[in-house]
Design a protein around this ligand. Structure first.
Ligand SMILES: [Zn+2]
Length: 194
Protein backbone atom coordinates (compact mmCIF):
# COMPACT_ATOMS: atom_id res chain seq x y z
CA UNK A 1 0.00 0.00 0.00
CA UNK A 2 1.24 3.47 -0.84
CA UNK A 3 1.75 5.69 2.19
CA UNK A 4 1.09 9.36 1.52
CA UNK A 5 3.27 11.75 3.61
CA UNK A 6 1.84 15.02 2.40
CA UNK A 7 1.04 17.03 -0.70
CA UNK A 8 2.64 19.51 -3.04
CA UNK A 9 0.21 22.40 -3.50
CA UNK A 10 -0.28 24.23 -6.79
CA UNK A 11 -2.77 26.89 -7.66
CA UNK A 12 -4.96 27.34 -10.69
CA UNK A 13 -4.24 31.03 -11.16
CA UNK A 14 -0.55 30.60 -11.86
CA UNK A 15 0.37 33.31 -14.37
CA UNK A 16 1.01 36.33 -12.20
CA UNK A 17 4.54 35.88 -10.91
CA UNK A 18 5.89 38.53 -13.25
CA UNK A 19 3.53 41.14 -11.72
CA UNK A 20 5.34 40.69 -8.44
CA UNK A 21 8.47 42.51 -9.62
CA UNK A 22 9.09 44.55 -12.78
CA UNK A 23 11.43 43.10 -15.38
CA UNK A 24 14.01 45.90 -15.18
CA UNK A 25 14.24 46.09 -11.41
CA UNK A 26 17.65 46.54 -9.74
CA UNK A 27 16.73 43.58 -7.54
CA UNK A 28 17.15 41.15 -10.43
CA UNK A 29 20.46 39.69 -11.60
CA UNK A 30 21.60 41.28 -14.90
CA UNK A 31 22.57 37.89 -16.24
CA UNK A 32 19.83 35.39 -15.35
CA UNK A 33 17.00 37.69 -14.09
CA UNK A 34 16.94 35.85 -10.78
CA UNK A 35 15.67 37.81 -7.76
CA UNK A 36 18.73 38.69 -5.66
CA UNK A 37 16.97 39.40 -2.36
CA UNK A 38 15.56 36.60 -0.18
CA UNK A 39 13.05 38.79 1.58
CA UNK A 40 11.50 40.89 -1.14
CA UNK A 41 7.87 41.81 -0.44
CA UNK A 42 5.65 43.91 -2.69
CA UNK A 43 2.59 45.05 -0.73
CA UNK A 44 1.62 47.45 -3.56
CA UNK A 45 1.34 44.72 -6.19
CA UNK A 46 -1.68 45.08 -8.50
CA UNK A 47 -3.22 41.76 -9.40
CA UNK A 48 -6.17 40.53 -11.45
CA UNK A 49 -9.44 39.36 -9.91
CA UNK A 50 -8.97 36.20 -7.88
CA UNK A 51 -11.18 33.34 -8.97
CA UNK A 52 -10.02 31.08 -6.16
CA UNK A 53 -8.51 31.53 -2.68
CA UNK A 54 -4.96 31.71 -4.10
CA UNK A 55 -2.81 33.34 -6.70
CA UNK A 56 0.56 31.99 -7.78
CA UNK A 57 3.43 31.24 -5.46
CA UNK A 58 5.77 34.21 -5.79
CA UNK A 59 9.45 34.50 -4.89
CA UNK A 60 10.65 33.56 -1.44
CA UNK A 61 7.73 31.32 -0.52
CA UNK A 62 5.06 33.95 -0.84
CA UNK A 63 1.51 33.32 -2.05
CA UNK A 64 -1.31 35.81 -2.45
CA UNK A 65 -4.33 34.50 -0.59
CA UNK A 66 -7.87 35.40 0.45
CA UNK A 67 -9.18 36.36 3.90
CA UNK A 68 -10.87 32.94 4.07
CA UNK A 69 -7.51 31.20 3.78
CA UNK A 70 -5.89 33.50 6.36
CA UNK A 71 -8.75 32.80 8.80
CA UNK A 72 -8.40 29.08 8.16
CA UNK A 73 -4.67 29.06 9.04
CA UNK A 74 -5.20 31.17 12.17
CA UNK A 75 -8.19 29.15 13.37
CA UNK A 76 -6.23 25.90 13.06
CA UNK A 77 -3.17 27.45 14.73
CA UNK A 78 -0.70 26.34 12.05
CA UNK A 79 2.47 27.94 13.38
CA UNK A 80 5.14 30.04 11.59
CA UNK A 81 2.85 31.30 8.84
CA UNK A 82 2.60 35.07 8.44
CA UNK A 83 0.08 37.25 6.62
CA UNK A 84 0.72 40.77 5.37
CA UNK A 85 -2.17 42.82 3.99
CA UNK A 86 -1.84 44.20 0.47
CA UNK A 87 -2.16 47.99 0.29
CA UNK A 88 -4.64 48.06 -2.59
CA UNK A 89 -7.10 45.39 -1.42
CA UNK A 90 -9.22 44.83 1.66
CA UNK A 91 -9.37 41.04 1.33
CA UNK A 92 -6.01 39.92 -0.03
CA UNK A 93 -2.90 39.01 1.88
CA UNK A 94 0.65 37.91 1.25
CA UNK A 95 0.96 34.44 2.77
CA UNK A 96 4.51 33.80 4.00
CA UNK A 97 5.18 30.25 5.02
CA UNK A 98 8.30 30.14 7.20
CA UNK A 99 8.57 26.40 7.78
CA UNK A 100 11.42 25.49 5.46
CA UNK A 101 11.76 21.86 4.37
CA UNK A 102 14.90 20.51 2.80
CA UNK A 103 14.43 18.69 -0.47
CA UNK A 104 16.54 15.71 -1.48
CA UNK A 105 19.26 17.25 -3.61
CA UNK A 106 19.87 14.15 -5.73
CA UNK A 107 16.44 14.76 -7.23
CA UNK A 108 17.35 18.20 -8.57
CA UNK A 109 18.45 18.98 -12.12
CA UNK A 110 20.54 22.11 -12.61
CA UNK A 111 21.27 23.76 -15.92
CA UNK A 112 24.16 26.12 -16.75
CA UNK A 113 25.46 28.49 -14.13
CA UNK A 114 24.91 32.25 -14.61
CA UNK A 115 28.09 34.20 -15.53
CA UNK A 116 27.07 37.14 -13.35
CA UNK A 117 25.79 35.63 -10.07
CA UNK A 118 27.16 32.08 -10.27
CA UNK A 119 23.77 30.50 -9.47
CA UNK A 120 22.07 27.90 -11.71
CA UNK A 121 19.97 29.55 -14.43
CA UNK A 122 17.24 26.93 -14.22
CA UNK A 123 16.33 24.33 -11.58
CA UNK A 124 13.94 21.46 -12.21
CA UNK A 125 13.16 18.18 -10.50
CA UNK A 126 11.72 15.80 -13.05
CA UNK A 127 13.36 12.89 -11.21
CA UNK A 128 11.01 13.39 -8.27
CA UNK A 129 7.95 12.26 -10.22
CA UNK A 130 6.89 8.60 -10.25
CA UNK A 131 3.84 7.00 -11.86
CA UNK A 132 2.07 4.21 -9.98
CA UNK A 133 -1.05 2.73 -11.56
CA UNK A 134 -1.40 5.78 -13.80
CA UNK A 135 -1.30 8.15 -10.84
CA UNK A 136 1.47 10.72 -10.39
CA UNK A 137 3.41 10.92 -7.10
CA UNK A 138 6.26 13.10 -5.87
CA UNK A 139 9.27 11.93 -3.81
CA UNK A 140 10.49 15.44 -3.12
CA UNK A 141 11.27 15.02 0.61
CA UNK A 142 12.20 12.00 2.65
CA UNK A 143 11.59 13.41 6.11
CA UNK A 144 8.30 13.40 7.99
CA UNK A 145 5.82 16.16 7.29
CA UNK A 146 4.19 17.46 10.47
CA UNK A 147 0.72 18.98 10.60
CA UNK A 148 1.49 22.30 8.87
CA UNK A 149 2.52 24.12 5.67
CA UNK A 150 6.12 24.02 4.39
CA UNK A 151 8.16 25.73 1.74
CA UNK A 152 11.05 24.02 -0.06
CA UNK A 153 14.60 25.33 0.41
CA UNK A 154 15.06 25.33 -3.37
CA UNK A 155 13.25 27.61 -5.84
CA UNK A 156 12.31 25.84 -9.08
CA UNK A 157 11.96 27.26 -12.56
CA UNK A 158 14.07 29.87 -14.28
CA UNK A 159 14.46 33.67 -14.50
CA UNK A 160 11.47 35.64 -13.21
CA UNK A 161 9.46 32.46 -12.66
CA UNK A 162 11.69 30.92 -9.98
CA UNK A 163 9.69 29.90 -6.90
CA UNK A 164 9.80 27.25 -4.18
CA UNK A 165 7.15 24.54 -3.82
CA UNK A 166 4.50 24.77 -1.13
CA UNK A 167 3.80 21.56 0.78
CA UNK A 168 1.23 20.56 3.38
CA UNK A 169 0.46 17.49 5.48
CA UNK A 170 -2.40 15.14 4.68
CA UNK A 171 -4.43 16.44 7.64
CA UNK A 172 -4.03 20.04 6.50
CA UNK A 173 -5.35 19.11 3.06
CA UNK A 174 -8.36 17.32 4.56
CA UNK A 175 -9.12 20.45 6.60
CA UNK A 176 -8.62 22.75 3.59
CA UNK A 177 -11.22 20.75 1.67
CA UNK A 178 -13.61 20.67 4.64
CA UNK A 179 -13.34 24.44 4.91
CA UNK A 180 -14.18 24.83 1.20
CA UNK A 181 -10.92 26.58 0.27
CA UNK A 182 -10.94 26.88 -3.53
CA UNK A 183 -8.31 26.63 -6.26
CA UNK A 184 -6.02 23.87 -5.01
CA UNK A 185 -4.24 21.36 -7.21
CA UNK A 186 -2.19 18.69 -5.45
CA UNK A 187 0.42 16.00 -6.04
CA UNK A 188 0.75 13.38 -3.28
CA UNK A 189 4.20 12.94 -1.72
CA UNK A 190 5.52 9.44 -1.00
CA UNK A 191 8.77 7.95 0.31
CA UNK A 192 11.89 7.91 -1.86
CA UNK A 193 11.93 4.10 -2.08
CA UNK A 194 8.78 3.96 -4.20
ZN1 LIG B 1 22.47 35.53 -12.37
Amino acid sequence: MIKIKGYELFFKDEDYKTEWISKNSDLLCNGCERLLSDNYLNTQVKLPKMKSDFLALMYGGVTICSTDFKNFVEKNNYKNNDFIKLDNYSDRYIFQCKNVISIDKELIDFTDVCDVCNEPISITSKKRMVMVEKKRYSKIVNQNIENNFYITDVAFGSKLQKAPILICSENVLINLKKEGIKGLTTIPIVDLEL
